[in-house]
Design a protein around this ligand. Structure first.
Ligand code: SF4
Length: 381
C-alpha cells in the first residue's frame, strides 16, 4: 500500500479516547488531520444517539475516512470488574482503572428516577472521618473519559432491561471540586444536546466545601449539594478536616452566593453519627445554622465500613432527629439507606475491594428491605 505523508502522520500518533472530547474539541482535533468540521458532529451522533462505536458501521463516512479515524480515535471504556445488585434494587459497578486501582459507581432506583452516583477520583484527600474513601489517600484524579465512561457503561447495561438513567450525582469517590477540569468537562458532555443530552437540573455536584471552586457549580448551572454533617465549626472540623481551612460561616456565605446566581436551593447532606451529630439538641443547632439558607437537608444515618470510627444511631434516634428538624421548619428528607448490603451506600465506596461483596443487614430496619414506608426517596435532590 502506498502511504501518503498525511497517512504516515496519522499512523504515528497515539489515538485519543472519544469520550474525552467535547464537540468543539473533536472538531479541532480532526482539523489537525485535514478533516472537515462536520465529521465531528456525525461521529457524535453515531456514538451518543445510536450507540454505534465501530467506525465500520458509521456508513455516512467514506471507507478511507473510517480507516483513518481508527488510527486517531478509540472508544475504550474502563472494564467492569464486578456488577452487584442489592436486595433493594441498588446496583454497584466496580471498574478497573489501571494500576491495580478500581472505582465504583452506584445506580439508585426510586419511584420516578434512576440516579447514577459517579466517582471523580481514586481515593480522596479530604479525609472526612465518616467516609471509607477518605481513609484511602488520593491516588489519582479521574479523566473526563473515565467519568463519562461510568455513565455510558451503566446506561448501556440498563438498556438491556429498557431502563434509562434520569439523574447523575457527583457523590461517589473523591471530591469533585478537586478535579474540576474533568468533572466539568464530563458535565458538558453529559448535558449537551450533541452528547448525552441530560438536563442541567438532573445533574448535581457535591462538595465537602472547597469554597474557591464552588462558583464553577453555579457557572455550569447544575445543582449544588454540600456535605455539611455538623451543626457547628467544632464538630465539623472534627469530622471534616477541610472545615479548618474553609469554616462554616464562609461556606454558608458561598451557598447564598450560589442561590443568588442560580435560584436553586442547595442540598445539605447531614450524616447522623451516634452521639456526635444525632441528638435533638443538635437538630436545634442545625436549624439555627441553616434557617436563613435556601436549602433542603438530606439526613443520612451513618453507614458502617471496615475500621469505622463511628456508629450508626438507632432507628428511634434517627426518627427523633428527623421529627425535631421538621417540627422546627427545616425542609428535610430522611434518606432511606440503599445498597448497604453490597457496600454501595453513602460513604462506603473503596478503591480496592478489601471487604466482602455483601453483608447481612437483616437486623436493621433502616437499610433493610422492609422499610419502604420509611423512605422519602433517595437521593432526593
Ligand atoms: S465524603 Fe467525599 S470529600 Fe469526604 S473523604 Fe469521602 S469522598 Fe472525600
Amino acid at each position: 500500500m502506498h502511504l501518503t505523508e498525511e497517512t504516515l502522520a496519522i499512523t504515528a500518533v497515539a489515538p485519543r479516547n472519544f469520550y474525552s472530547f467535547t464537540l468543539e474539541q473533536l472538531e479541532a482535533y480532526l482539523k489537525q488531520y485535514g478533516k472537515e468540521k462536520f465529521r465531528a458532529q456525525q461521529i457524535f451522533k453515531w456514538v451518543y444517539e445510536q450507540r454505534v462505536t465501530n467506525f465500520d458501521e458509521m456508513l455516512n463516512l467514506s471507507k478511507d475516512l473510517r480507516s483513518e479515524l481508527k488510527n486517531l480515535i478509540t472508544f475504550d471504556l474502563p472494564p467492569v470488574l464486578k456488577h452487584l445488585v442489592s436486595v433493594d434494587g441498588t446496583q454497584k459497578f466496580l471498574f478497573d482503572v489501571g494500576g491495580g486501582n478500581s472505582i465504583e459507581a452506584v445506580v439508585i432506583p426510586s419511584d420516578d428516577r434512576l440516579t447514577l452516583c459517579v466517582s471523580s477520583e481514586i481515593g480522596c484527600n479530604m479525609a472526612c472521618k465518616f467516609c471509607f474513601t477518605g481513609k484511602q489517600k488520593l491516588k489519582r484524579r479521574l479523566s473526563t473519559e473515565e467519568i463519562v465512561g461510568q455513565f455510558m457503561i451503566v446506561q448501556d447495561s440498563l438498556k438491556k432491561t429498557n431502563q434509562k438513567l434520569s439523574n447523575i450525582v457527583f457523590m461517589g469517590m473523591g471530591e469533585p471540586l478537586d478535579n474540576c477540569d474533568a468533572v466539568f468537562g464530563s458535565i458538558e458532555v453529559i448535558h449537551s444536546p450533541w452528547g448525552v443530552n441530560l438536563s442541567r437540573k438532573k445533574i448535581t455536584v457535591s462538595t465537602s466545601g472547597l469554597i474557591p471552586e464552588m462558583y464553577r457549580v453555579a457557572n455550569a448551572k447544575v445543582r449544588l449539594a454540600v456535605s455539611l454533617n455538623a451543626y457547628n465549626d467544632e464538630v465539623r472540623t472534627q469530622v471534616m478536616p477541610i472545615n479548618k481551612k474553609y469554616p462554616l460561616k464562609d461556606l454558608l456565605e458561598e451557598c447564598k452566593r450560589y442561590y443568588r446566581a442560580t435560584g436553586e436551593k442547595i442540598t445539605m447532606e447531614y450524616v447522623l453519627l451516634k452521639g456526635i451529630t444525632d441528638q435533638i439538641s443538635h437538630a436545634r443547632e442545625l436549624y439555627k445554622l441553616l434557617k436563613d439558607i435556601p436549602c433542603k437537608v438530606n439526613i443520612i444515618p451513618f453507614n458502617e465500613h471496615p475500621g469505622a470510627d463511628y456508629e450508626r444511631p438507632s432507628d428511634e434516634t434517627v426518627q427523633a432527629f428527623h421529627s425535631e428538624a421538621m417540627r422546627l421548619g427545616l425542609q428535610t428528607l430522611l434518606r432511606r439507606t440503599m445498597g448497604r448490603d453490597i457496600f454501595a451506600a453513602c460513604g462506603q465506596l473503596a478503591t480496592k475491594v478489601d471487604h466482602p461483596d455483601t453483608m447481612d443487614i437483616s437486623n436493621s430496619k433502616i437499610g433493610g428491605t422492609n422499610v419502604r414506608s420509611f423512605s422519602s426517596g433517595q437521593p432526593s435532590l
